[in-house]
Design a protein around this ligand. Structure first.
Ligand code: CTP
Length: 396
């Protein structure tokens, strides 16, 4: 994901400096080169050797070892991350103070800067810190955290540094290469919708939501403004997209109607329930002494059909999905035409390694111009990237 990107990580003296070691590992795993600079107080928290081993590069702590290193590092980085960022280093950054290797490198940096504050809650809410953070934000410095929770000194409140994975994802979004999706609104639906039968029972389906969640996350990492409309899923939603939880197809339809008029793209990955009980029982249906139970389902709205006019009027590029047990390409092509789609990704139902429940997927992409591209069996995260490449081509 970050092949060839250069990250400068400045570690200042907070207890959460150990979490920055995990961040280095995550950045390296995704292909970035990481240069670590530590303040003298950071070295009291975690040894430079740890960062050296994890980054595979020398760790810089002293300004005078190489008098030009701070200028070079600052010039070459694609992104500077300050994690943890103490109240002290935020104050120095806000006032342009450069009295050690870390602050000199930051002052010489020409790249975007992401700070990850971590401190005691009263230090965070002190008007001096608030003013410094405001100054930095007004200058375009990106800020992630701090999170609420238990602090090292036993108090509760805002002050915890964000988790390494959240910092990594925020950094990855800032490091994205040019994408036609940047700044555009992308609506993604994911997961099943349920059709309630009574207060405790429903008709559902096997969708895990993984494909839609992977698409929402990948679009967000490309800089899109993502609205994720998710039915009940047990998989945690990704960091980044704005999440709207729904349960029924009716609720999903309402949110779509609200969100589509200014959207650039709709990705309809949800397994929308086709059948619903027109008036679910208000009371739990008792077993009693019955032998059978008949429930009458009606066919509910097709959300793609129902939003066709709105999508066409607003020029929303639409990628649909098709889950098929037979004649996948033929059926998918019919769905593409009937539902007014630009593209449809078709996958086969009923196989363990693909489709609704699996972590991997094999899809064939079909578009309105006659393209048929069979993608290999891959993780849903990889499938999402490949599908978004196609979306991106058509948006631009
Ligand atoms: N879809 C929808 N509204 C529905 C059912 C499906 O908008 N009530 C969308 C899905 O999100 C997907 C596409 O339509 O993008 C195709 O869904 P699929 O379940 O494969 O097909 P159906 O249209 O339900 O047709 P069938 O069940 O007959 O295959």
């Amino acid at each position: 994901m970050l092949d060839g990107r250069r990250v400068l990580l400045v570690v200042s003296g907070g207890i959460s400096a150990y979490k920055s070691a995990i961040l280095v590992r995550r950045l390296r795993q995704s292909g970035a080169r990481v240069d670590v600079v530590m303040t003298a107080s950071a070295e009291k928290m975690v040894g430079a050797t740890t960062f050296q081993a994890l980054s595979g590069r020398p760790v810089l702590t002293e300004l005078w070892t190489d008098p030009l290193a701070h200028v070079e590092l600052g010039r070459e980085a694609d992104l500077a991350i300050v994690a943890p960022a103490t109240a002290n280093i935020l104050a120095k950054m806000a006032h342009g103070i450069a009295d050690d290797m870390a602050t000199s490198t930051l002052l010489a940096a020409a790249c975007p800067v992401l700070v990850c504050p971590a401190m005691n809650l009263r230090m965070w809410s002190n008007p001096a810190t608030e003013a410094n953070v405001q100054t930095l934000a007004a200058r375009g410095v990106h800020i992630v955290g701090p999170e609420d929770g238990e602090l090292a000194e036993g108090e509760e409140g805002p002050g915890r540094m964000s988790e390494p994975e959240i910092i990594f994802l925020t950094a990855a979004r800032l490091l994205r290469r040019e994408s036609a999706l940047a700044g555009r609104k992308v609506v993604v639906t994911a997961g099943p919708t349920l059709a309630p039968v009574d207060p405790v029972r429903f008709l559902g389906n096997r969708s895990s939501g993984r494909m839609g969640l992977a698409l929402a996350s990948a679009a967000w990492l490309r800089g899109a403004d993502v609205i994720l409309i998710a039915g009940p899923t047990s998989v945690s939603p990704p960091h980044g997209p704005r999440l709207v939880r729904v349960e029924t197809s009716g609720e999903m339809g309402e949110v779509l109607n609200r969100e589509l008029s200014d959207a650039a793209v709709l990705i309809m990955a949800a397994a929308v329930s086709d059948f619903l009980v027109p008036s679910p029982s208000e009371k739990k249906i008792k077993r009693g002494d019955r032998d059978t139970l008949e429930i009458r389902f009606e066919v509910g709205p097709d959300l793609l059909m129902a939003t066709r006019e709105l999508r066409e009027a607003a020029g929303v590029l639409t990628l649909g999905f098709a889950l098929e047990t037979e004649n996948p390409v033929g059926n998918a092509r019919r769905k593409l035409e009937d539902k007014g789609l630009d593209m449809v990704a078709v996958n086969e139902a009923g196989r363990a390694d693909r489709g609704a429940e699996a972590e991997t997927n094999q899809v064939t992409l079909i578009d309105a111009q006659g393209l048929i591209e069979e993608l290999p069996l891959m993780s849903k995260v990889e499938v999402a990237e490949r599908l978004l490449d196609h979306v991106e081509d058509r948006v631009s």
